[in-house]
Design a protein around this ligand. Structure first.
Ligand code: SF4
Length: 290
């Protein structure tokens, strides 16, 4: 849940989730619909689907025990090097480090060297004895990430009180390395076409081509080509940001009782189904027509 998401946003979701699913087995008996409903509003829904798929595999193929090697653990859905190492360290106390942005920044500052010039795997394996001289490696993995988040922060690191300032090259150097990460923001223009009817319903389909919205029920979304949209009425223009995409959206609508075969009608106001935030925003705009 914390991937790309702030702790304060996650807390209520985490509490509800762990109240409902107290064991791995309980979670493995859930389904996409149920789990997405609990995740509603948190975004990045692939995480929820992967978590469920992962849990089912652990319960069914590994007797409810997490595999003990990175190679095996990475066969699970959604688990890469970062999560795999974090799990091995946190669950089995193994000597691993989860190399996230925080950890990279700490190393980068400590060595006063650009992140892109550091081979982290090599650095960690050649300093194993220094780094893993504890029998509480689970705490070490967590502490390293927290150290980056709370002490060696992205902006204004607490160097004066930091326990590493005696040996930290960044602290001592007059020519400090630049660790700022510039996020590449891409601007995209999309047209969204909504079939609606007099019963305050909107037609949605899973048949969408936009990669980051695959698997969700939506009206048809197309990249804008600037051409006049015959038969469709313009409703509004608004902006929406998803990850590193800045979307400029033109919303069009058409009252119709007939819809293409791949569509289903959904109520604009009463829905027990999971609806991602992106779709909810479209619902709100279209509801203004009634
Ligand atoms: S001394 Fe400053 S830059 Fe160096 S590790 Fe500590 S907080 Fe980071």
């Amino acid at each position: 849940m914390l991937q790309q998401t702030q702790v304060k946003t996650v807390i209520p979701y985490f509490i509800n989730f762990t109240k409902k699913y107290k064991t791995l087995k309980a979670l493995s008996k859930s389904n996409d619909r149920e789990i997405l409903k609990m995740w509603e509003g948190l975004g990045y829904y692939r995480r929820a689907r992967n978590l469920l798929a992962c849990t089912k595999q652990i319960v069914n193929n590994y007797q409810s025990k997490l595999p003990k090697t990175l190679e095996e653990i990475k066969k699970l859905p959604g688990i890469g090097d970062y999560t795999g190492n974090a799990l091995l360290g946190l669950v089995y106390d193994m000597p691993t480090i989860a190399i996230d942005g925080n950890v990279k920044r700490v190393f980068s500052r400590y060595l006063n060297k650009e992140t892109s010039k550091i081979n982290f795997e090599k650095l960690i394996s050649s300093n194993k004895t220094k780094l893993f001289n504890t029998n509480r490696n689970a705490d070490f993995v967590e502490a390293f990430m927290e150290f980056g988040a709370l002490v060696c922060k992205p902006k204004d690191p607490n160097c004066i009180t930091c326990c590493l300032n005696n040996s930290c090259k960044y602290f001592k150097s007059n020519k400090k390395v630049d660790i700022s990460i510039k996020k590449m923001i891409k601007d995209k223009n999309y047209d969204i076409f909504c079939y609606i009817n007099k019963k305050k319903q909107i037609a949605l389909t899973k048949n969408n081509q936009i990669s980051f919205l695959k698997n969700f029920r939506l009206p048809v979304i197309k990249e804008s080509n600037g051409l006049f949209k015959k038969d469709w009425k313009f409703l509004t223009n608004y902006k929406n940001s998803i990850s590193n995409l800045k979307l400029n959206i033109n919303l069009y609508y058409k009252f119709s009782d007939k819809i293409p075969a791949s569509y289903n009608w959904y109520s604009l106001t009463r829905n027990k189904e999971f609806i991602p935030t992106f779709t909810k925003r479209i619902f709100r705009q279209v509801s203004n027509l009634f």
